[in-house]
Ligand binder design. Structure first.
Ligand SMILES: [Zn+2]
Ligand SMILES: [Zn+2]
Length: 327
């Protein structure tokens, strides 16, 4: 497999998003949320999301380190979906457990992973139209090519025609033997997946930075690379995390927006980028609900397309408020 050089040489001057002509896909409000716990049930999670001013979120639908999925109570999913609909939520992300590894060198663990993912995807059918994000896998001492083959086989085993969920492969930092640290690796997997209409990618700012992509000085070029290899139409979500480490550190340590090596300006450029601004943006930053509410509020204020639609709303005498954003 040949790699393109990551966009990291001399910085180019990028046009700030605020000077980019208004794009039709961007005049809605920013779709933003955080990773939330489902420990108290789906309805409690939805209420937390509303309370922090989110209109999307991410959750584990089973214990991230174990293999168990909680039994559903009667009506639980209906109540959950009602709350989301009432508050105008867009698609959310269910994150696969960290233990899921479709390219484990153990056949038993590969089969267990596929079984977990299959069960998750069937549960997701109860909540149609959402996203299921997974780390492609850790290959340990297996060659990259066989790991890619195994991941694709696993996906083809559990995905099915007419499924109502889009499966996302996450861009990884390259910690340990993680597959997916380069767009080329994701492309190799995507090319082998049969259900092409139900597969996409979730970018993670911290992971791409830690893997070596210079999203700070060469964001446009990084996106162009992705577009050439995979197609930006396959990009369905974005984890907006700052990174505790320098570029290409392969560490994967998230930190609060503005407190790391990526910085607030870059995150603001990402959410406003005309090719990205319509995506669900998820914070996986180390803070509590109140801290997340602050981060969401801060980023909403920086969303230039949102202010465009605010202006339109004002002209039409429509008051536009974000649920729960006022604390
Ligand atoms: Zn992840
Ligand atoms: Zn991470």
């Amino acid at each position: 497999m040949t790699y393109e050089t990551p966009a990291s040489e001399t910085p180019v001057n990028e046009t700030p998003a605020s000077e980019t002509p208004a794009s039709e896909i961007c005049i809605n409000e920013l779709s933003i949320g955080t990773h939330l716990s489902v420990a108290k049930g789906y309805a409690a999670l939805a209420k937390d999301a509303v309370q922090i001013g989110a209109n999307t979120f991410q959750m584990f639908i089973r214990n991230p380190r174990g293999a168990r999925a909680k039994e559903l109570k009667p009506g639980e999913i209906e109540t959950f979906l009602d709350i989301l609909q009432m508050h105008g939520f867009g698609p959310f992300i269910a994150h696969a457990p960290y233990t899921l590894n479709l390219c484990s060198s153990s056949r038993h663990l590969r089969e267990l992973s596929a079984r977990m993912m299959g069960e998750d995807l069937h549960r997701m059918e109860l909540m149609p139209g959402n996203l299921y994000n997974l780390h492609p896998g850790s290959r340990l001492d297996q060659p990259l090519d066989s790991a890619i083959e195994q991941i694709a086989q696993g996906l083809n085993h559990v995905m099915f025609p007419d499924m109502k969920t889009t499966v996302l492969l996450e861009t990884m930092s390259g910690k340990g033997s993680e597959v997916g640290k380069r767009f080329e690796e994701l492309k190799e997997i995507l090319d082998r997946v049969a259900q092409k209409d139900h597969i996409g990618v979730c970018m993670d700012a911290c992971h791409m930075w830690d893997s070596g992509y210079d999203i700070v000085d060469r964001l446009d070029e990084t996106l162009e690379q992705f577009d050439r290899l995979i197609g930006l139409n396959r990009l369905k979500a974005f984890h907006i995390n700052d990174s505790m480490n320098v570029r290409e550190s392969h560490k994967d340590r998230h930190t609060l927006i503005g407190e790391g090596h990526i910085g607030e300006d870059t995150i603001i450029r990402i959410i406003n980028h005309p090719r990205l601004c319509h995506l669900p943006f998820i914070l996986e930053t180390p803070t509590d609900l109140a801290g997340h509410a602050q981060e969401i509020k801060k980023l909403r204020k920086q969303y230039v397309w949102g202010s465009v639609s605010d202006k339109i709303s004002e002209q039409n005498g429509i008051s536009k408020t974000y649920p729960g954003a006022d604390f």
